[in-house]
Design a protein around this ligand. Structure first.
Ligand code: GDP
Length: 339
C-alpha cells in the first residue's frame, strides 16, 4: 500500500464510494505500525456515522448453505432498498492468502449489486487480528451507508464467540439432523444463537428439516428452561428456493426489536465496547512484548531452553516479561532520548 491520505479516505467512505471503502478496509487489515495509526485516525473520522446498521452474525458448518443463504437473503434485502454488506471471520482458511468465506464468486448476484459490498475474511492465523479487522471493517461499511451488515463465520466455536461479540443478533444455520446427531451441534454454539434456521428444507429434504427443527426446539427447551420468549426460535428455510427466508429475517428483526425495547441493545453494545477495549489492550501488549528489542534478541534462546526442559514454561514467561519490562524502563528513562 502506498502513502495514505486519511482525510480523503474518510471523506470518500462517508460519501459511500466503493473504491474508498475497499481501500479503507485494506488499510484496516494491515498490521503494520504506521497503518495502524492511520487506521485509528480513519475510524475516528467516521465514528459519528457508525452504529446504525442491523448487525447480524451467520454461522454454520461448511456446506450448511451460508453463502447461498446470504446471497439469496441479501439480494432480497437490496430489492427492498437496503444496502447490504457482507464481511467474514475465518482465520483458519488461508487459501490464496484470503478466506473463501465472503468470496464474491460464492455470492455472485449480491456481489454484483451496486447496493451491496462483499468482502472475504482477512487472512491471518490469529483469530484476534482477523476479528479486529472485521470489526473495524464493519464500522467503515456502516459509515459508508450500509444499513445491514452480515458477518459470516464457520462453525468451530472460537470464531462464533468472536463474531457474537460484534453483532446484535446471531443466526445459526444448520442442517436436518435428528436424535443422536443433534449432539454433534456444539452446545456452546447453540447457547450463542439468537435465531436458528434448519436450511435445505426443500424437495425430499423438507420433511426431514421440519422434524429436525421440532427436535432441535425440544432440545433447546431442555437446555434453556424458562419462558419460551427467551429461547431462540427454530425455523426452517430453503436458501435454494427462497422458502422461509422472509420468516428467518423477520425473526432476526424481532430479536433486535426485543433487545431495543428492553434497552438491552445499548447494554449489549456497551459491553461489546468494553470487551473490545480489553481485547485491543491485550493485542497491543502482545505486539509490544514480541517487538521489544531485548525479547527479540533473547527469544530464540529462551524458547530453546523451554523446549529442552531446562527452563520451565513459567520461568520462561517470567524471563520474557522481565526482558520486556527492562526495555520499557529504558524507554521511559530520562536521557534515553525517547521519553
Ligand atoms: P456454505 O459452505 O455453508 O457456504 O454452503 P454453500 O452455500 O456453499 O452450499 C453448499 C451446497 O449446498 C451447495 O451445493 C448449495 O447449492 C447447496 N445448498 C445451499 N442451500 C441449499 C438449500 O436451501 N437447499 C438445497 N437443496 N441445497 C442447498
Amino acid at each position: 500500500m502506498r502513502s495514505v491520505d486519511v482525510a480523503d479516505l474518510a471523506a470518500g467512505v462517508r460519501a459511500g464510494s466503493r473504491q474508498h471503502v475497499a481501500r479503507a478496509i485494506t488499510l484496516l487489515e494491515s498490521s503494520r505500525h504506521e497503518h495502524r495509526e492511520q487506521a485509528e485516525e480513519l475510524l475516528a473520522l467516521v465514528a459519528d456515522r457508525t452504529g446504525r446498521a442491523v448487525r447480524v452474525g451467520i454461522s454454520g458448518v461448511p456446506g450448511a448453505g451460508k453463502s447461498t443463504f446470504i446471497n439469496a437473503l441479501g439480494t432480497r434485502l437490496v430489492g427492498r432498498g437496503h444496502r447490504v454488506a457482507v464481511v467474514a471471520v475465518d482465520p483458519s482458511s488461508r487459501r490464496t492468502g484470503g478466506s473463501i468465506l465472503g468470496d464474491r464468486t460464492r455470492m455472485g448476484d449480491l456481489a454484483a449489486s451496486e447496493a451491496a459490498f462483499v468482502r472475504p475474511s482477512p487472512s491471518g492465523r490469529q483469530l484476534g487480528g482477523v476479528a479486529r479487522a472485521t470489526r473495524e471493517s464493519m464500522l467503515v461499511l456502516e459509515a459508508a451507508g450500509h444499513d445491514v451488515v452480515i458477518v459470516e463465520t464457520v462453525g468451530v466455536g472460537q470464531n462464533e464467540i468472536a463474531v457474537s461479540e460484534m453483532v446484535d443478533t446471531f443466526l445459526l444455520l444448520t442442517l436436518a439432523r435428528t436424535g443422536d446427531q443433534l449432539q454433534g451441534i456444539k452446545r456452546g454454539i447453540l447457547e450463542l444463537a439468537d435465531v436458528i434456521a434448519v436450511n435445505k428444507a426443500d424437495g425430499d429434504g423438507e420433511a426431514a428439516a421440519r422434524v429436525a427443527a421440532r427436535e432441535l426446539a425440544g432440545a433447546m427447551r431442555l437446555m434453556m428452561p424458562g419462558p419460551a420468549a427467551r429461547r431462540p426460535p427454530v425455523l426452517t428455510c430453503s436458501a435454494l428456493t427462497g422458502a422461509g427466508l422472509d420468516e428467518v429475517w423477520a425473526a432476526v428483526l424481532e430479536h433486535r426489536e426485543h433487545l431495543e425495547a428492553e434497552g438491552s441493545l445499548e447494554v449489549r453494545r456497551a459491553r461489546q465496547q468494553q470487551d473490545w477495549m480489553w481485547a485491543l489492550v491485550d493485542a497491543h501488549l502482545q505486539d509490544a512484548v514480541r517487538d521489544s528489542a531485548r525479547v527479540r534478541a533473547s527469544r530464540a534462546e529462551v524458547e530453546a531452553a523451554v523446549r529442552s526442559g531446562g527452563t520451565s514454561a513459567v520461568e520462561g514467561a517470567a524471563r520474557i516479561l522481565r526482558l520486556y519490562a527492562d526495555d520499557v524502563r529504558d524507554e521511559a528513562a530520562p536521557g534515553s532520548g525517547r521519553a
